[in-house]
Design a protein around this ligand. Sequence first.
Ligand code: NDP
Ligand code: MG
Length: 388
Amino acid sequence: MSTNPTKHIAILGSTGSIGTQALEVVRANKEHFTIEVLTGNGNADLLIQQAKEFMPNAVVIADEEKYLYVKEALAKDDIKVFSGTDAISQVVQMESIDMVLTAIVGYAGLESTIAAIKAGKQIALANKETLVVAGELVTSLAQAHAVNIYPVDSEHSAIFQCLAGEFHNKIEKIYLTASGGPFRGKTKEFLSLVKKEQALKHPNWEMGAKITIDSSTLMNKGLEVIEAKWLFHLKPEQIDVVIHPQSIIHSIVQFEDGSMKAQMGLPDMKLPIQYALAYPHRLPSSFPRFDFMKYPSLTFEKPDNGTFRCLPLAFEALRKGGNMSCILNAANEVVVKAFLQDRIGFNAIPEIIEKAMSRVAFIGNPAYLDYVESDKETRALTRDFIGV
Ligand code: NDP
Ligand code: MG
């Protein structure tokens, strides 16, 4: 890649799990990447520290109450400081940016992703909720603005890597692998008593709190099924999920001749992040290498759809189309927050989401404002169900 100019990158959500790992990748590859924008929400101190190290053109602190604190801390540096969520959607349009890494968590990442696409920026997509909420809109906007969406999610990066050189060949189906989370093999009775501390202990990955809970309910895999549909133009019946507790095979593509390609490696998000940022190049890395002798058996199981209801609910939302995935996502964000605040039990998570899906008005062909409205309506209704 040495003959290529450096890529100028904006990292939205730089203070989170994906954001900090992306900065590790950039730190190790300074000749290839320049940071233009960093954004955080509540973690002002980390944002300031990152800004002083990477000297971006601009930073945004979404939490407006922290604006003065950040502004003063960076007063002597040549860095523009903004605050508020609208500012994120504005800075992504800066001329100097080539690629935007969307690593904000949840629905909050939608607006800035759309703004970046409309400004013609290439997207490295970690914020899967964007495609879950408004996959049709986001992918058609990307097409209209000649924007590529490079997946950061490890499963989708795996599929994308398997598709290199195969773009004219039809996909028969894909298998998304799932670790099964901390409660794999447990019964509904066991799950009725689990607390957030147990759910927050993921066996293979260290991630932000929301996605860690989503992994324990298998909603994360459900969101990934929907994400895969939009990224790779698949029908629901072309997407399958297989539990693979070791998280070594990151996903598999099966072609029309029956051949299957899988991508594997130790679970480390820095690899898919680096692949998305550096695409189409592979950069050398010092990430630990997989050792076959340490993994004498890689195993596979069927997901337990009776116990982990979130995964079939996501398939149902995908089949229904329209705003149903938006409803699924909004209800999920509210119940995950409530579970993290010890307001509801683990099994209430899918129960409440299912109720929201049956109650919020269905819209077959939603426009952007319909998504905004459905999100709002679902959140209000779901909070009512919980009593908060
Ligand atoms: P984290 O919770 O660790 O980080 C979220 C980031 O978004 C932080 O920078 C946070 O700021 C910022 N943020 C939160 N709310 C807002 C808001 N309302 N407005 C603006 N910024 C906000 O999440 P992760 O890094 O784990 O996940 C990020 C995304 O990547 C998610 O969509 C997740 O599904 C996806 N992903 C994550 C993986 C992982 O390994 N972590 C793997 C695959 C996908 P602050 O911390 O300053 O408050
Ligand atoms: Mg994933």
